[in-house]
Each structure stands twice: as C-alpha cells, then as structure tokens.
Ligand binder design. Structure first.
Ligand SMILES: CCCCCCCCCCCC(=O)SCCNC(=O)CCNC(=O)[C@H](O)C(C)(C)COP(=O)(O)OP(=O)(O)OC[C@H]1O[C@@H](n2cnc3c(N)ncnc32)[C@H](O)[C@@H]1OP(=O)(O)O
Length: 161
C-alpha cells in the first residue's frame, strides 16, 4: 500500500459516539475549562475522539474512539493511551461529582487487547470519599464479555478550590 493510500484510509473516518438511552451529554470544558487537550483536544483527529455523558444517577461515562495514532502493539491500543484515557475520564468524574481534584494515584489493569479504530465505552463511579481522598473506579469495555481495562483512581482535592 502506498503512503498516500494509507493517509486516505484514515482521513476523517466517520465515528459514532452516540450514547445510551438515558445518558445526557456532559460539557466538560464548561466545568474544567479547555485544558483537557491531551485526550479530548482533537474531536476530528486520528488519536482519540471522546464524548462524555452522565447517566440518571449522575455517573460520568464516555464513548471513546481509539484512532490509529493510539497504536502500540500492531492493530491495538498502546497501554499509555489507555492510561491517559483513564486519567482524564476518572479525574473528570470526580470534578463532575463536585470535587476539584488532581489525580494522586492511578492503577490500570489491562484485561484484553483493545483494537484500534474502535469505539468503546467507559463507565465510572465514585466509590468512596474520605477527607481529601476521592476514589473513582472505571472500566473500558465494548460489551459484557469484553472488558479491555479497569482503573482505580485516587483523586486528591485541591485546597482552596
Ligand atoms: C485545576 C483545573 C484542572 C482541571 C482538570 C480536570 C480534569 C482532571 C483530569 C486530569 C487529571 C490529571 O491528570 S492531574 C495531573 C496528574 N497529577 C498530578 O500532577 C498530581 C501531582 N501531585 C500533587 O500535586 C500532590 O502530590 C497532591 C496534590 C496529589 C497531594 O499533595 P498535598 O496537597 O500536599 O497533599 P498530601 O498531604 O500529600 O495528601 C493528602 C492526602 O492524600 C493522600 N495521598 C496523596 N497522594 C497519594 C498517593 N499517591 N497515594 C495514596 N495517598 C495519597 C495523603 O496520604 C493524605 O492522606 P491523609 O493524611 O489526609 O489521610
């Protein structure tokens, strides 16, 4: 395949990031500003495309497309790209729940190789709050049987915010 063909294969593919019934789109920049560019900054690019939602219980979820520029093992997402998504989305989940935080510790378990050029779902929930420590758990999956990664994210509230 020529280089020009490879470009046209990946140029602006159509990606469906629509949510589940009962999810409401969540406007992250209106809450945290425009700084979330590393994962969410190129909505039409070939790295990540993300769209955030909240369900009826206000848990933060996302549809995420891992584009060709997230590749690590051939045809599959780089572990760091998955960790970056977990960092942003689980940190954002704490903000969305009302806690101004930074991430203090993030554990990611890679459960199955994640094919690139695929839309997957991230679900999260706040599991505990103790003083300044807010624990968020999340998982990346495409269906009940296929979980790609699980994350445990310890967020620490920022004094004075
Ligand atoms: C602004 C707009 C953004 C808007 C962005 C919104 C979206 C966010 C998504 C992106 C998230 C990121 O990537 S954030 C970027 C990556 N993260 C960072 O750069 C953080 C760097 N680390 C730090 O700045 C600091 O270490 C902090 C703030 C996390 C903690 O420092 P501190 O404020 O001095 O607090 P400290 O006393 O040490 O800890 C407070 C309590 O938390 C516990 N604790 C602290 N760190 C840990 C840890 N790693 N593992 C276990 N426990 C810990 C302590 O034991 C203590 O518990 P106890 O004694 O009270 O029991």
């Amino acid at each position: 395949m020529s280089a020009s063909n490879r470009v046209s294969d990946t140029a602006n593919p159509s990606v469906d990031l629509s949510g589940e019934e009962g999810w409401n789109e969540f406007d992250a920049p209106s809450l945290v500003g425009d700084s979330l560019r590393f994962v969410s900054g190129e909505p039409d690019g070939n790295r990540f495309r993300t769209r955030y939602y909240r369900d009826a219980e206000q848990h933060l979820h996302a549809r995420i497309w891992f584009g060709p520029e997230t590749e690590g093992p051939p045809g599959h997402a780089h572990g760091g790209s998955i960790a970056a998504v977990m960092d942003e989305a689980l940190g954002l989940a704490a903000w969305a729940a009302g806690y101004p935080i930074v991430v203090g510790n993030l554990n990611v378990s890679f459960r199955a190789m994640l094919p690139i050029k695929k839309v997957v779902t991230l679900e999260s929930q706040v599991v505990s709050v103790e003083g300044r420590k807010v624990m968020i758990h999340g998982k990346l999956f495409c269906d009940e049987e296929t979980v790609y990664a699980e994350g445990q994210c310890l967020c620490i509230t920022i004094p004075g915010r």
